[in-house]
Write a new protein. Structure first.
Length: 237
């Protein structure tokens, strides 16, 4: 058996990503990229002649598991939710530090087949998860398609750090937006540490998006870009 080849690099948003080659149905050779994390987190307790103090038990965790949280983010992306204000706000509920929505200047396109997420290094407070996918280019706000950079790696892994955070019960005013009260439930939920990341979606959803935007476009150059992008996208994945 061939020994896997390992390498890693940092992603645009500061999260680690790992390129990994994989067997595919198209007779391509296997090469693997593994992602290594140096968490270096251990605690010790010295014996000073007295019994160690008992740690207070952490609040229980309910709801989605770490990998289910990441899978939910990718499901929203697959549906095109990260390209709309409402969908971006839905994704915000999965993150500790969500950002506000801005119309995307660049939409990154990934393969229709991705994941599912895998989780590891799970403790009572933190966890790691990764999702495998293939980069297939991007589309800008003029509907111009740019192919993904050439690489001999077929797959990438997007890595996520998750933390268990307190869950709250919120009460809003009649307008549905004004927060009146926020009370802890005594439980915790898993959230992705950081923001929603960059706007991305799958090939099939990108095709629908370009078709919709082309129909709305008034400028001939944008409609031309859309036609060219569609011609390429329909041959991908």
């Amino acid at each position: 058996m061939q020994t896997p080849v390992f390498d890693s690099y940092a992603g645009n948003d500061g999260s680690l990503q790992t390129a990994v080659s994989n067997y595919r149905m198209r007779k391509r050779r296997l090469a693997c990229i593994a992602l290594a994390f140096a968490l270096g987190c251990s605690t010790s307790q010295r014996d000073h002649g007295t019994a160690p103090s008992q740690k207070t038990s952490a609040e229980p965790i309910e709801g989605r598991t770490p990998k289910e949280v990441v899978d939910e983010l990718w499901r929203l992306a697959t549906q095109g939710q990260l390209l709309t204000r409402q969908g971006w706000q839905r994704a915000a509920q999965l993150c500790t530090d969500p950002t506000t929505f801005n119309s995307p200047k660049m939409i990154f396109i990934v393969s229709n087949e991705w994941g599912p997420a895998g989780e590891f290094n799970v403790t009572q407070d933190t966890a790691e998860a990764v999702v495998g996918f293939t980069s297939l280019g991007s589309i800008d706000n003029a509907l111009h398609y740019t192919p993904a950079p050439e690489t001999h790696f077929e797959k990438e892994f997007s890595a996520y750090h998750l933390v268990a955070v307190p869950k709250y019960t919120m009460m809003y005013g009649p307008d549905g937006r004004t927060l009146i009260s926020k009370r802890p439930t005594g439980t915790r939920i898993w959230e992705i540490k950081g923001s929603q990341g960059r706007p991305f979606t799958t090939v099939n959803t990108a095709i629908r998006y370009v078709l919709e935007q082309r129909d709305k476009a008034q400028q001939p150059v944008i409609r031309k870009n859309a036609d060219e992008a569609l011609h390429i996208l329909m041959r991908l994945d």
